[in-house]
Design a protein around this ligand. Sequence first.
Ligand SMILES: C[S@@+](CC[C@H](N)C(=O)[O-])C[C@H]1O[C@@H](n2cnc3c(N)ncnc32)[C@H](O)[C@@H]1O
Length: 257
Amino acid sequence: MPTDPNTVRHYNTNAEQYHAHVSDPTDSTFHSLYEKPAIRAELPEFNDLEVISIGCGSGVDARWLADNGAKRVVGIDISKGLLDIAKKNNPDIEFQEMDMEHLAFADESFDLAYSSLAIHYVDDWTQPLSEARRILRSGGQYIFSCGHPIDSALEYAVEGDIRYARLGRKVNNLTNERTVYGNYLAPDSGGVMPVKVMLGDIEVVVHHRTFSKMLEQILASGFTVERLVEPQPIKGDPDHYEQLRKIPTFMIWVLSK
Ligand SMILES: C[S@@+](CC[C@H](N)C(=O)[O-])C[C@H]1O[C@@H](n2cnc3c(N)ncnc32)[C@H](O)[C@@H]1O
């Protein structure tokens, strides 16, 4: 299943709002103090490399890659609204409207593929990863971040004044009644299930998948796994630091061709 059309509509409708969010490090601390430093730490020296930013959004990462010496940066995204902002703010960078499942580039066009929090919008990674691998030169890497399945397995509930996000069980000692919270294995949908996520006021649909499904889809694309990183947050966000030290929201994959 490709990216949910409602997700694309939400990004288009709220493009300015999303761009303001990712451009303000104090607003997007899950990016600035967690995901961005973690994914950037995994990048090779990219001074002489041609880089594609897949799911580039409003171009924040493409700007960073260009400013930090990439030989050429191309950004692609499925949201025209976000791309309009990317093009307006970065006239020196090439951006194209494109679905990551069908990359309109010749084989072996890039040295490095980079993608931040975009691939989890697609339920089967085999196709977008096969495409990314096809357009990479031999030895090229694909470094991407995505939602961590511990996070997407959580179940949300409100009880009185308390909001819960929980994965586990409750057992009544007297009756032995057992209540299960959350769903990691997603048995009714073969290990992959759609999950609604609020990004501020924007509702999008991402796909939870088990670790075994991730690995199955990565290996089916032909990529080799170099490493998987479960990052630690940087101190600075008192609301989330303690949470992210112990319970992951995102993870980073480093693959090579
Ligand atoms: C959470 S945003 C991240 C944007 C950008 N990487 C950043 O960090 O600011 C996810 C992005 O993935 C894009 N996206 C989702 N599905 C896509 C697809 N099938 N092909 C290309 N882009 C896609 C969305 O339009 C959105 O820009």
